[in-house]
Design a protein around this ligand. Structure first.
Ligand code: EPS
Length: 386
């Protein structure tokens, strides 16, 4: 559902590394590896990650499309090396595997394993694990950070914070944060990206408990976009509606189970008079008094912050595995287990931000056009309404 931007990723979790291409961004956008890497390091943090994150120090090499720290308008290619590859060379080699190759035959419930081997006629679940792994999301953050930089340069900021882990919910509102630009600075200081200190402690201890018992837990987080002008997306055609387009890019992220805009599901169980944001005229512009709609009405941005809550399921690799069936013998056994994260919700919030950056950048380019940053900025200056 992207109109102007295309992107692709490739790479396996324990292979040589990840490749990514993003196409359709304007020329003369200033971008550096340091900027991309600062976003990659945000994704690597979070209480509940596995020891893998101690091995990896994700750094993107800008392979093409950027010269002298400026985009040229050409497709931009990134490479992120997997430092863990050195420990997996014998298994992940594209050449004939010479060492003993122990195939994985016990699919994990909740993972792509069983459906994946059926679909691709594979006899080793390793082939499914490697590409369906959330390792791929490192590249989403890499590519998304270039879109993020474009948005920042035109006054749009994307931030997030964790609101729930397992049963522990942070009900604090964001009203204390005057500028969404500051949200990440505050949330990033917390090991679970939670804004309330006491709840943060509870979230961390529930992650520790779950890890100790060999289990995993999920949760949810809010993503907020500020500085959005009126008119991104449209009501005139199904595939131009902004919330549908954002949902498509967000729901493509591993383990995400649902998304709601503004008051979302809770608004569905209230009366219209309790839900819809009334319209006022204040200081020479429209004012809404509330933002239950989450910044999108009729599939169009309405000048308010775009607010989404996104839910992630517990990771399916369990240290204390669930029941499964051996794909060769059909015997009942326990599912495959290997090193895993016990909770990746804080990291998932960064990945969601990155996909939102791509979705919003795409809608901005669709509405305002332009092949260079100069053209984009002058089109925005001439026609954008806030
Ligand atoms: C993942 C399992 C873990 C995570 C991995 C995703 O990897 P490993 O099996 O190597 O310990 O650490 O996430 C990443 C490597 C990453 O960069 O996010 C999975 O099964 O999806």
């Amino acid at each position: 559902m992207l109109k102007r931007i295309n992107f692709l990723t490739a790479g396996e979790s324990h292979g040589k590394g990840l490749l990514g291409i993003i196409d359709g961004l304007p020329s003369n956008l200033e971008i550096s590896s340091a900027y991309i890497n600062s976003q990659l390091s945000r994704r690597q943090k979070g209480h509940g990650r596995s020891a893998r994150m101690k091995i990896e120090h994700d750094q993107a090499e800008i392979y093409c499309g950027v010269r002298n720290q400026k985009t040229s308008g050409a497709p931009i290619g990134l490479i992120i090396e997997n430092l863990d590859y050195k420990n997996w060379k014998n298994i992940m080699t594209p050449n004939k595997i010479e060492s003993s190759n122990k195939k994985i035959s016990l699919p994990r419930p909740g993972h792509a394993d069983l459906a994946g081997i059926q679909k691709y006629d594979l006899d080793d679940i390793r082939d499914v694990i490697e590409r369906s792994s959330a390792r791929e999301t490192a590249m989403r953050v890499g590519l998304g950070s270039i879109a993020r930089k474009m948005l920042e340069d035109i006054g749009i900021n994307v931030g997030s914070r964790v609101v729930q882990i397992y049963t522990i919910r942070d009900t604090s509102s964001l009203s204390a944060i005057a500028d969404i630009k500051d949200l990440n600075k505050i949330a990033d200081k917390s090991p679970v990206r939670c804004l309330t200190k006491e709840i943060e402690k509870e979230m961390m201890s529930i992650i520790d408990e779950s890890k100790k018992s060999g289990d995993s837990i999920g949760g949810s987080f809010e993503v907020i976009v500020s500085g959005v002008p009126y008119g991104l997306g449209s009501y005139v055609q199904w595939n131009r509606k902004l919330h549908a387009r954002l949902s498509a890019v967000i729901m493509s992220i591993n383990a995400f189970k649902g998304i709601q805009f503004g008051d979302g599901f809770s608004s569905c169980y209230k009366k219209g008079s309790q839900v819809h944001d009334e319209i006022f005229w204040k200081d020479n512009k429209y004012d809404r008094g509330s933002n239950n709609a989450g910044g999108i009405e009729g599939g169009i941005s309405n000048g308010q912050n775009i607010v989404m809550e996104i839910g992630m399921k517990p990771i399916p690799t369990l240290i204390k595995p669930l029941k499964s069936v051996d794909i060769n013998t059909k015997e009942n056994k326990l599912a495959h287990k290997e090193r895993t994260d016990s909770c990746a919700v804080p990291a998932a919030s960064i990945i969601a931000e990155s996909m939102v950056c791509i979705g919003i950048a795409d809608a901005i380019l669709e509405k305002f056009g332009g092949d260079s940053m100069e053209q984009l900025k002058s089109h925005i200056k001439a026609t954008a309404k806030y």
